[in-house]
Design a protein around this ligand. Structure first.
Ligand code: C5P
Length: 399
């Protein structure tokens, strides 16, 4: 963990005393640790203890009354490689899922650019309360990694789940996080995302319901694991900025193909998640079409298959992943596309599955790989589906 920047948020629960040990362990591993404490946490452990162990000033308030200086939560949010909140109380958990920013820690959570990991700790009944369960599930859906509370004796005298994960176990999670975060260091990844809009006239187009979410989530996972990502996206509401991201916004399949052709040779990995229109109007009108006729016909011509082009121009060292959204016989069509487009694996999903497909935040996928192995996954939030896809590539596809 040498030189890794860990921003440690401490909230007001009795388990805060264990954070002294956690900071000792992180410092032994040569991590750079800065701490934000909520005002309530200062009743459980002294800021002086935290400052001394972390070898850095402790941030508690938005502004320092002694010298009138302002603590900028945006700068704090930009600083770390990971933002760890431990212990996370039920109260701060509830604030995080609602985007409240009533103290420096919660405001920094909203500003944070790094991944966030939380370790909840509370009494047994609070931990199993439906509100807490709901809030943890929402936080996970928002992309936060959760280190579950451990079981054992609690400060209240009760015995059960609710104890803060032991500092050694939190360190193990962080080590795994940093190991993963370097997995694609130096690798170039090309991702296509979103729909394409095929011009009919200056104001109309043929498009589809793709939101671009899946492709953007995949881009986020690769970026978090050190890759340099080129993302070629059709029209979408999704937004993403990152120092290792090049984003090309396009409208049509032909524009997407041109971008892909200009960079595919230099890429190590391609993940084609775009919902490319199969056909485009043969000759788009220059002026807006008037509604003079009772019927109208638009001649369509076939668009280039961008993924098939990449598959045909793939070297042995390049890995290529495609998607197949089917309404029937999903596996059969998936196998067929895998072979025809020369893919390492294909991600198949079907609109028949509830919670899968366009515009929703969840997806249920199957992966079929080039050795004809088929793996089915549960219905999950799209950011976790993205993780499954990237992990599958890392762990099962030889380069
Ligand atoms: O053949 P089908 O359109 O179902 O294939 C889907 C896969 O092929 C997706 O990965 C999609 O991004 C890609 N594709 C493409 N260019 C097309 C059509 C599909 O890259 N014209």
């Amino acid at each position: 963990m040498k030189g890794k920047r860990i921003l440690l948020g401490i909230t007001g629960g009795i388990a805060a005393y264990k954070i002294a040990f956690l900071i000792r362990l992180l410092k032994k591993k040569e991590a750079d640790v800065k701490c934000i404490m909520t005002p309530a946490s200062c009743d459980f452990i002294s800021p002086l203890t935290i400052a001394t162990l972390s070898e850095n000033p402790v941030y508690i308030d938005f502004w320092n009354q002694k010298d009138g200086t302002w603590t900028n939560h945006v700068d704090l949010g930009m600083w770390p490689d990971v933002f760890l909140i431990a212990p996370l109380t039920a109260n701060t958990l509830a604030k995080l899922i609602h985007g409240q920013s009533d103290n420096l820690l919660t405001a920094t959570f909203l500003s944070a650019k790094s991944p966030v990991i939380v370790a909840p700790a509370m009494d047994l009944d609070m931990y199993i309360h439906p509100a807490t369960k709901r809030n943890l599930a929402q936080l996970e859906l928002d992309g936060v990694q959760i280190i579950p509370a451990e079981s054992g004796e609690l400060a209240s005298g009760l015995v059960g789940q609710g104890r803060l994960a032991e500092p050694e176990n939190i360190v193990a999670v962080l080590e795994e996080f940093f190991a993963k975060s370097n997995a694609f260091q130096g690798q170039k990844v090309l991702i296509t995302a979103g729909p394409t809009y095929e011009r009919i006239d200056p104001v109309r187009f043929i498009g589809n319901h793709s939101s671009g979410k899946m492709g953007f989530e995949i881009a986020k996972v690769f970026l978090s694991q050190g890759a340099e990502v080129t993302l070629i996206s059709g029209p979408t509401k999704e937004k993403l900025t990152h120092k290792n991201l090049i984003l090309h916004s396009i409208q049509t399949a032909e524009e997407m193909l041109a971008e892909v052709q200009s960079c595919w040779k230099t890429m190590n990995v391609g993940v084609f998640a775009a919902a490319v229109a199969d056909y485009r109007p043969e000759s788009p009108e220059v002026q807006k079409i008037k509604k003079n006729e009772e019927r109208m016909t638009i001649n369509l011509v076939k668009n280039p298959d961008i993924l098939a082009w990449a598959g045909a121009n793939k070297t042995e060292n390049q890995k290529l992943v495609g998607f197949a959204l089917e309404t029937n016989d999903a596996e059969k069509h998936g196998f067929d596309k895998l072979k025809r487009k020369n893919l390492d694996f294909i991600v198949v999903n079907t609109l028949e599955d509830k919670g899968a497909g366009f515009g929703v935040d969840t997806n249920r996928i199957k992966i079929i790989d080039k050795s004809n192995k088929l793996i089915s996954f549960e219905l999950k939030p799209k950011h976790q589906v993205a993780l499954d896809i990237v992990n599958y590539l890392k762990e099962n596809i030889e380069s």
